[in-house]
Design a protein. Structure first.
Length: 199
């Protein structure tokens, strides 16, 4: 744990972010199996059999102060449907990345991701007074890049040959960020996306 971020429950209308716990293992295993998203080569979603090890890894990073990990709880179904984190926490410069996020396929394209980002950004900017919040993804993960851009983050650039992926390919990483002066507009846009009528 660090002296800037702590693991506290963040609550919204559709979603609640619960501090990650081994108690969520079964729900997370089912979520990882839904749609077999772990087979996407450009992501790091754990296979169901690796979920327990991933929970352990994230909790170890929390203990070192570099990550605060959450289980994403769907208020409607009353089940954990994915994971997300504040990561690469830079206490000195008050910068943080929101990442390592994934949801079971059956809840994608609904309000959960939008509200999850809204309450995480609100916490980072309003309570923690972050100087910047980053989002990073594989350059070729077009679905993720579109989602980040819909949040309102701006592309800072591409880190070429940045990460060696589990399959041996080398990832170019697209880096986006939001800074405090942009937060009011980003917040208004996310709230509008939450409030607009859905089909």
């Amino acid at each position: 744990m660090n002296d800037w971020f702590g693991a506290e429950t963040l609550t919204g209308q559709h979603v609640t972010l619960l501090p990650l716990s081994h108690d969520h293992t079964l729900d997370l295993q089912e979520a990882a199996a839904d749609g077999e998203l772990f087979r996407l080569w450009y992501t790091n979603i754990p296979a169901p059999v690796k979920v327990e090890a991933e929970i352990k890894r994230r909790l170890q990073l929390y203990a070192t102060g570099s990550m605060v990990a959450y289980s994403i709880f769907d208020n409607k179904s009353q089940r954990v449907v994915g994971m997300t984190t504040y990561m690469n926490i830079d206490v000195t410069n008050k910068r943080v990345e929101i990442g390592s996020t994934w949801y079971r396929k059956s809840v994608q394209r609904g309000p959960l991701n939008t509200e999850c980002k809204l309450i995480m950004l609100r916490h980072a900017f309003n309570e923690l007074k972050a100087n910047a919040v980053e989002f990073r993804t594989h350059y070729l993960n077009h679905q993720s890049r579109r989602a980040i851009e819909r949040v309102g983050a701006k592309l800072d650039g591409i880190l070429r040959n940045h990460v060696i992926m589990p399959n041996g390919t080398i990832r170019d990483t697209a880096v986006y960020s939001i800074v405090p002066s942009e937060w009011p507009s980003v917040q208004a846009n996310l709230q509008w996306q939450m409030d607009k009528p859905r089909d």
